[in-house]
Design a protein around this ligand. Structure first.
Ligand code: MN
Ligand code: MN
Length: 467
């Protein structure tokens, strides 16, 4: 074969190199590895729909892999594996490296909360002999998408005496599910003239939960009473206990392969479990790295990262300071020398809606993990914008280790925008860049990702942790 010349054709080929479908550059065996990895991911998706369940799953896995709960004063040395469970809603894990801690840590950060419908504090009511729950949506949703789909309820109820009841109903095939209604088209003439954003309002996202009245005594005739009686028998709760509960209505769908070729996965909550799971797997398999590896799976990203389980709080900062001090240094020295992959999803180019993307700067499914230099909106508002130097460093790292990757920006300039936890970590004086999986129908009850991209995220975290 003739040697490739530095022609315009070759330059063009190089420019477009990372726009090729990754299938072309993977062997059969490598493709099988992607598919196999995703079997574990699908299982995780069915077991960890909300942040609390993701933390439980992670903690159990970490314990199995030899991680122990970190207590202040614990002796740390190269290879020590520790974790800290933050209130059951976020978790940090670390493996101490062989290099001095002053050389910085390798940090991966993903979030385990996803858009959903939370129950209000006084959720239960009855209207025309139908019992319903009032909800308050969590995160950015298109409200109409959450009607007429089966929903499951997950979360906890703290009873008056302080005991905690864990709730998970609607996932087992034999469980009942719940549903938000919508108008029949026959009577939706007025609704259908409204813009999409107004077709269904927040106060219309009411969950249907029952329709048979209580009829055992004089006070019968109440559907609400019947529901409370069922809940009292099942969970031992009274209506006031909803005040101290966190109940989340999430799609009752299971993760499934999508397409005749089974190349994709449909599931609720890929944002951001499709980064959290690969990061968790990479961290759990991490053995005696050079730089200390820290991975955080956080809560509250979808509502802006505020609150003590979100990354705009100090919990990560405190953890790093604790291990830095235990190893004879201090938090700010360590953080200032650290690097972070903010592991979050980006929008995948959707051929049905091409108009919102600028093709040269979009992420495509099957073209690998997407490295996003900046997120934000308008004039790069709300982003940390990784430096050219750090972007170059990640580029070299991915290329040297055959991680298939691409760049991508969240839609056209001025089309909208979004943010990640990158800015909060960068604000701790850490070199930070976003890296994650492109998603179709992001924030919908059922999102789509590619198996290859999911595996490439795992590979990216592995090589970053090992570097
Ligand atoms: Mn996200
Ligand atoms: Mn999101």
């Amino acid at each position: 074969m003739a040697e490739k010349k530095n022609t315009a054709a070759k330059l063009k080929e190089e420019l477009l190199m990372n726009k090729k479908n990754a299938v072309y550059s993977l062997t059969k065996k490598q493709l099988a590895a992607c598919d196999e990895f995703c079997e574990g991911y699908k299982d995780f998706m069915d077991k960890a729909k909300i942040e609390r369940e993701a933390v439980e799953y992670s903690e159990a896995l970490l314990k199995k892999k030899g991680f122990v709960e970190y207590k202040k004063g614990m002796k740390l040395k190269a290879g020590t594996k520790i974790y800290r469970n933050n209130r059951g809603k976020s978790i940090i894990m670390a493996v101490i490296g062989t290099a001095p801690i002053e050389d910085g840590i390798r940090l991966c950060a993903a979030h385990i909360d996803s858009p959903r419908l939370d129950l209000k504090q006084n959720p239960l009511y009855e209207d025309n002999e139908i019992a319903l729950f009032k909800t308050h949506y969590y995160g950015g949703i298109k409200k109409y998408q959450w009607t007429t789909i089966p929903l499951a309820l997950h979360g906890v109820i703290i009873k008056a005496d302080g005991t905690s009841i864990s709730v998970n109903i609607g996932e087992d095939e034999k469980d009942p599910v719940f549903c938000v209604t919508d108008l029949l088209p026959h009577l939706a003439a007025a609704q259908m003239t409204k813009p999409l954003a107004k077709g269904i309002t927040g106060e219309q996202l009411n969950l249907v939960i029952g329709s048979r009245p209580f009829k055992d005594d004089e006070e019968s005739g109440s559907v609400k009473l019947n529901i409370m009686s069922i809940l009292n028998k099942k969970y031992g709760i009274t209506e006031a206990d909803f005040i101290s509960a966190e109940l989340e209505a999430v799609p009752a769908f299971k993760a499934r392969d999508i397409g005749f070729d089974r190349s994709m996965i449909g599931a609720y909550g890929h944002d951001d479990k499709v980064c959290a799971y690969p990061a968790l797997m990479a961290a759990a398999e991490c053995e005696k790295p050079v730089h200390t590896m820290v991975t955080v799976l956080t809560d509250k990203e979808e509502t802006g990262s505020d609150g003590n389980t979100g990354l705009n709080s100090s919990y990560l900062n405190y953890f790093v300071a604790d291990i830095a001090e235990a190893l004879g240094s201090d938090g700010r020295t360590v953080l200032s020398a650290s690097e972070c992959l903010s592991a979050d999803v980006n929008a995948a180019f959707d051929p049905t809606f091409p108009e919102v993307n600028e093709k040269n700067n979009s992420a495509f499914i099957n073209k690998g993990v997407v490295v996003t230099k900046y997120t934000g909106a308008r004039g790069k508002s709300g982003t940390s914008d990784a430096s050219a130097e750090f972007t170059g460093r990640i580029r070299r790292l991915m290329d040297a280790n055959n991680v298939i990757w691409q760049t991508g920006e969240l839609g056209k300039v001025d089309e909208g925008g979004g943010g990640t936890v990158a800015q909060y970590i960068a604000n701790l004086n850490v070199d930070t860049i976003d890296l994650g999986v492109p998603v179709l129908s992001m924030h919908a009850p059922y999102e789509i990702v590619s198996k290859i991209d999911t595996y490439m995220a795992y590979k990216a975290f592995k090589v970053f942790m090992a570097d």
